[in-house]
Design a protein around this ligand. Structure first.
Ligand code: G3I
Length: 334
């Protein structure tokens, strides 16, 4: 990294550049993390199934390692995530006989889970994704029919935010979702968050995941979404940014290296996207990448298992790509 500008330092000091990590990458990617990022998120290690696999069993070891790394290095921590339909063990929704529990019982379990994890990292995690992906992708359906919704009802979301605020009055509370710039879903996310704001339920921001590719979403769609979300007067975070080199319906499995064209197009995309982010700097306070470098990304298994992808600013050898230099150049322009 020596001689390469520090990515977070090319932005103003209150703007956070983050990376999702795991207990391996805090070692294998430590140089890049120390040099370029001022915020850290656990990719999986703070999720329900990871920290709370059984009712009276908490396993914080891996999350603790990530928090210790961030603390030692003076990095901020974005917490991910408290209430989600995925990576949440079945026991949460069932009694000992394996049948569904009552609304009040599930609210109690939600609260006690949140108390344990928010409480443990109080003063260390500066913002939490309190509720993740509650909005449905299906046309005409508002909320995802998750066990949270089915057992508690629509107010499970409001309750989660209220509990979070009671447990830690100082951490920032976010609603986080994907496909956030697809018009119908964008409008549903807006409607959900607006209803929270209108009821004076505590919420500080909206997390826009940013799992994008070389074509989608267009800059125009991203702009329209940011405008709409920003009108709610909350902070916006880009929480899980990666730019796949494959378009949505490209399911090829025989691509062993990214082509020159892909990398050029990716650099243009990063340039256009960060240029838009710069315009909305008053609202947008953080961008987290969903990984560190191209040798380790969840996209290697999605949507095609075992197909390599190259979505980040650093290549498989941890060298800065053209995408990195485009962002640095842009940030330095007045
Ligand atoms: O830990 C086990 C390992 O022991 C086992 O050998 C291996 C075999 O498949 O699986 C490992 O668990 C995997 C885990 O990641 C850790 O690598 C799971 O199968 C796999 O499903 C899990 O995927 C994670 C995914 O969330 C699951 O929902 C990805 O790493 C993680 O990047 C992804 O992150 C989500 C965000 O939380 C929310 N937004 C979307 C984003 C991408 O899907």
């Amino acid at each position: 990294c020596h001689g390469t500008p520090k990515l977070y330092e090319v932005f103003d000091k209150d703007f956070f550049i983050g990376a999702a990590v795991n207990t391996s990458t805090i070692k294998s990617h430590d140089e890049l993390l120390k040099h370029h990022f001022n915020s850290i998120t656990a990719e999986n290690e703070m999720k329900f199934e990871n920290v709370h696999p059984a009712e009276n069993k908490y396993t914080f070891d891996q999350a603790d390692q990530i928090v210790a790394f961030a603390n030692d290095q003076g990095k901020n921590i974005r917490g991910h995530t408290l209430v989600w339909h995925n990576q949440t063990p079945a026991w949460v929704f069932e009694n000992e006989e394996g049948t569904n529990i009552s609304r009040s019982m599930l609210l109690e379990r939600m609260a006690s889970h949140m108390e344990s994890i928010i409480g443990r990292y109080k003063g260390k995690v500066y913002s939490w994704d309190v509720v993740n992906e509650a909005v449905s992708d299906k046309s005409g359906e508002f909320l995802r029919p998750s066990p949270w919704l089915k057992t508690i009802g629509e107010d499970y979301i409001a309750k989660a935010f209220e509990y979070a605020r009671q447990i830690d009055p100082d951490t920032l509370l976010f609603y986080n979702d994907y496909n956030e710039f697809v018009p119908e879903k964008r409008d549903k996310i807006y409607r959900l968050v607006k209803s929270i704001v209108d009821k004076d339920i505590p919420i500080d921001g909206i997390g826009l995941q940013g799992h994008w590719n070389l074509e989608f979403p267009s800059i125009d769609l991203i702009r329209r979404g940011i405008e709409k979300y920003a009108s709610l007067g909350l902070q916006l975070h880009i929480t899980e940014l990666d730019i796949s080199v494959f378009s949505h319906d490209d399911k090829r499995t025989d691509v062993k290296q990214p082509s020159e064209d892909m990398l050029i197009r990716q650099a243009e995309r990063y340039q256009e996207i960060f240029s838009l982010f710069k315009e909305y700097r008053d609202h947008l306070t953080s961008v987290t990448f969903w990984g560190v470098a191209d040798d380790d990304t969840w996209l290697d298994n999605f949507p095609v298992r075992g197909r390599k992808n190259w979505p980040f600013l650093f290549d498989e050898l941890h060298q800065p790509k053209q995408s990195f230099w485009e962002i640095v150049k842009l940030a330095r322009q007045a």
